[in-house]
Design a binder for this molecule. Structure first.
Ligand SMILES: Nc1nc2c(c(=O)[nH]1)N[C@H]1C(S)=C(S)[C@@H](COP(=O)(O)OP(=O)(O)OC[C@H]3O[C@@H](n4cnc5c(=O)[nH]c(N)nc54)[C@H](O)[C@@H]3O)O[C@H]1N2
Ligand SMILES: Nc1nc2c(c(=O)[nH]1)N[C@H]1C(S)=C(S)[C@@H](COP(=O)(O)OP(=O)(O)OC[C@H]3O[C@@H](n4cnc5c(=O)[nH]c(N)nc54)[C@H](O)[C@@H]3O)O[C@H]1N2
Ligand code: SF4
Ligand SMILES: [Mo]
Length: 716
């Protein structure tokens, strides 16, 4: 028996795991009590990393579709197939004819996070889609304009705050997002233990809401109204106090004027929160010594996602809590943080190109996945004819999933880098799998840039890989795209990657000359990083390095043209009139929101027995008042219908959900032909994104409305 200490790559919390190995067998997994960040915390998904490693349905060889059926082939055959088909499509129809969809795990995987870039750059396509536009892009948009960089995102200083106002997040279940906080549960509990207060705004009484001091069941999609009203109260009652920030902020007066129409009385009917409550919330936020407002996907994947994301930071600024201890602070990661001091950056811009059919703007180098189906199906010279998916399952995660599945059938060619034959990859011509999380090294490059404490932790591969590392696969694909073929000189391509990373990090490439692949790139980034670490330093600290609590970073962190926080940029405030119109809109009809479960990870871990056992979690939650009005009974079946489709879901009547709102989790619907996931098929559930409308978007960022979707609900 041996023990390996690994950082869990399955969600944003970056917990340390202690994996007990019996040869190649995982004999046990527990939280690593010595991990500097997680201190032994673990969740059911982390515990199941062994089940994932051993899952017989996890792909162990490349698959190529021949006469409609997948057959296992050698790596050479798989690449030969791609080489025979992909370059011709690019040559004939141009680079934009090949689209990319990069899914959520591509951020949690060092190979795809570092080497995906090489392939995407070589492809040079404007049709670059990621899971971001069904997730956090509004926050990149607002951060880009406020602070100058899309990845300059402040996070709640959980360990020191005394007042936490949470909107649209359920960290006790999701374990935190855009807020890397191993053991979020413990960190939240300690806020209350030290006399602090937690206020949750959510249409559902979630686990987090139950563990809080106060819960407000807001009507979905109205957070921007509520937040504006809080801003309005701060100005009206002269509670605005920027403190140290005053000299670093531009646009306060403009915000005051924009907030004028949004009185607590004006927003109360739409939000469903009483004016008096809103006033009290504002006063308590302003009165707390150390307070922070934090919003997550309930506030981003909705009709006013960018305005809500912006107003969260506006409140933090106006109360003097931005960049202050216990407020919203900017992490300083050991590697890869673009906003680390002294780097010249390009001015932030969006809309540098637009989608062909609907003219939706690019944000952060991406275009909305809500537009992917029409880009494939609509005839024209620039039509998308080939697709490469990397760690993504858009057939379950993107809106109007039915139309997207049809569109994928119209492609001339599709390649998927994925570890399962699932709802999306069944449409591919070639599937290229990668090693299990225990067979590859790991370092949470993106997530430490969002951590509530500055930490760094390197994980060497716990087991030798049965499959090629995905960075090699990505470089071979890069070889194909650049005309060098799959047998391209990998060492030379990797050398070029290292030279580029070294240049950006301001270090000599020779500094890490003894290493290859991701190890070398991370070593170079660490050396050029603010703590001047080396990979050897991290190797010597198997439970991680604690680099201390977050420290104030304004003005050094800012990269706006004027060097200030731009509190009222036109690119954001342009959407305020659209918001004001909703004050007068009638409040009626049912709306659909999502929900997450502790044992679930978006769409892709439902094939692991330990995570799906127990009662069916893919139910529609309905408030008792709605149930009796609509004739729905607990345990019965409801039909939800919308413009895009209809689904039948078992009914769960519960007071935990707000009247007028129903909730169905996403990521289910595994009963499709051709999927290779025996366990998931027995716990299939239904795909909630069949009723999500790809036409409903946050106007500024193009992010899909996945919370607050109008639906008709009736007994099936
Ligand atoms: N209605 C609704 N829809 C939603 C959401 C919602 O709340 N409601 N949430 C949205 C959010 S926040 C997100 S992030 C997206 C997620 O959307 P996606 O990223 O499209 O979906 P995932 O379910 O994360 O699928 C991940 C895929 O990566 C594969 N995979 C896992 N590990 C690896 C690996 O190491 N290598 C490779 N090559 N493949 C791997 C899995 O098999 C799976 O196919 O869904 C969004 N969709
Ligand atoms: N167990 C588990 N953990 C996960 C995931 C998972 O699938 N399962 N997915 C991971 C991913 S990819 C992400 S992005 C994160 C997401 O992390 P979170 O944002 O914390 O995730 P959710 O649990 O979906 O919380 C969103 C909350 O918003 C509420 N909500 C819906 N509509 C509105 C609204 O209009 N206003 C307000 N104020 N609230 C609203 C919902 O009821 C829900 O409780 O979780 C990550 N962690
Ligand atoms: S909370 Fe996230 S990082 Fe921690 S064990 Fe669970 S899945 Fe892994
Ligand atoms: Mo996400």
């Amino acid at each position: 028996m041996t023990k390996a200490h690994v950082t869990c790559p399955l969600c944003e919390a970056t917990c340390g795991l202690e994996v007990t190995l019996d040869g190649r067998e995982v004999a046990g997994v527990r939280g690593d009590a010595e991990d500097v960040f997680s201190g032994g915390f673990i969740c059911p998904k982390g515990t199941s990393i062994g089940a994932l490693h051993h899952d017989p349905d996890r792909l162990r060889a490349p698959l190529v579709k021949r006469d409609g059926t997948f057959v296992e082939v050698s790596w050479d055959e798989a690449f030969a197939e791609i080489d025979a088909r992909l370059p011709g499509i690019r040559a004939e129809h141009g680079p934009n004819a090949v689209a990319v969809y990069a899914g959520n795990p591509s951020v949690h995987n060092l190979s795809t996070a570092l080497y995906g870039r090489a392939l995407y750059k070589a492809l040079g396509t404007r049709n670059f889609y990621t899971a971001g536009t069904v997730d956090q892009i509004p926050k990149h948009y607002s951060s880009g304009y406020l602070f100058g960089d899309a990845f300059t995102i402040p996070v709640p200083d959980l360990d020191r705050t005394e007042h936490l106002l949470i909107l649209g997040a359920n960290p006790l279940v999701s374990n935190g997002s855009l807020m890397t906080a191993a053991d979020a549960r413990g960190r939240l509990r300690r806020i209350r233990e030290r006399g602090g207060r937690i206020v949750v705004v959510d249409p559902r009484r979630t686990r987090t809401a139950k563990a809080a001091d106060e819960h407000h069941a807001i009507r979905p999609g109205t957070d921007a109204l509520l937040l504006f009203a809080l801003v309005r109260v701060l100005f009206a009652e002269e509670r605005v106090a920027l403190g140290r920030l005053a000299e670093h902020v531009h646009g306060v007066e403009a915000v005051r004027e924009l907030a004028l129409p949004f009185t607590p009385e004006a927003v109360a009917p739409a939000t469903g929160i009483a004016a008096g409550e809103i006033r009290r919330m504002a006063r308590e936020l302003a009165a707390a010594e150390r307070a922070v407002v934090y919003g997550r996907i309930g506030t981003t994947t909705q009709a006013f996602g960018t305005l809500a994301s912006w107003l969260v930071d506006v409140l933090n600024v106006l109360t003097g809590n931005l960049d202050a201890e216990g407020g919203a602070m900017f992490p300083l990661a050991a590697a890869g943080q673009a906003n680390a001091a002294g780097r010249a950056r390009r001015p932030f811009a969006t809309g540098r190109w637009h989608t062909r059919v609907r003219g939706l703007p690019e944000v952060f180098g991406e275009v909305p996945v809500a537009a992917l189906a029409e880009e494939i199906s609509t005839p024209g010279a620039e039509r998308v004819r080939a697709l490469i998916t990397v760690c993504g399952n858009p057939c379950l995660s993107a809106p109007n999933a039915g139309r997207l599945a049809e569109a994928l059938g119209e492609l001339d060619f599709m390649v998927s880098l994925d570890v399962y034959l699932n709802e999306t990859t069944r449409h591919a011509d070639v599937i290229l799998p990668g090693p299990s999380p225990l067979e590859r090294p790991h370092y949470d490059l993106a997530l430490y840039q969002l951590a509530v404490r500055n930490v760094a932790n390197w994980t060497p591969a716990a087991l030798p890989a049965e499959l090629p590392q995905e960075w090699e696969t990505l470089l071979r694909l890069t070889g194909i795209v650049t005309g060098q073929g799959p047998d391209v000189d990998l060492a030379a391509l990797d050398e070029a990657m290292a030279a580029e990373v070294a240049r950006r990090s301001g270090v000599e490439p020779a500094a890490a000359a003894d290493r290859r692949g991701p190890e070398r790139l991370i070593d170079l980034m660490l050396r050029g990083g603010p703590y001047e670490l080396t990979l050897a330093d991290l190797e010597a600290a198997p439970h991680g390095l604690d680099l201390g609590p977050l420290r104030p970073r304004i003005p050094e962190v800012l990269s706006t043209a004027g060097g200030k926080v731009e509190l009222a940029p036109e690119s954001i405030t342009a959407d305020v009139p659209r918001l004001a119109e909703t004050l007068l809109a009638p409040v009626n009809g049912m709306v659909l929101i999502g929900r997450r479960h502790l044992s679930s990870n978006n769409s892709w871990m439902h094939n692991l027995e330990p995570l799906v056992r127990g009662s069916n979690r893919c139910t529609v939650q309905v408030h008792p008042e709605d149930a009796s009005r609509l004739g729905l009974t607990d345990g019965g079946t409801a039909e939800l219908s919308a413009r895009t489709g209809r689904i039948r879901v078992p009914v769960e009547v519960t007071e935990e959900i707000r009247p007028g709102v129903v909730s169905v989790p996403h990521g289910w619907g595994h009963d499709l032909a051709g999927v290779r996931a025996a366990v998931a098929a027995e716990h299939a559930g239904v795909n909630s994104n069949l009723v999500a409308d790809e036409r409903l978007l946050d106007a500024l960022s193009g992010t899909a409305v996945l919370n607050g979707i109008p639906v008709q609900v009736a007994p099936a």
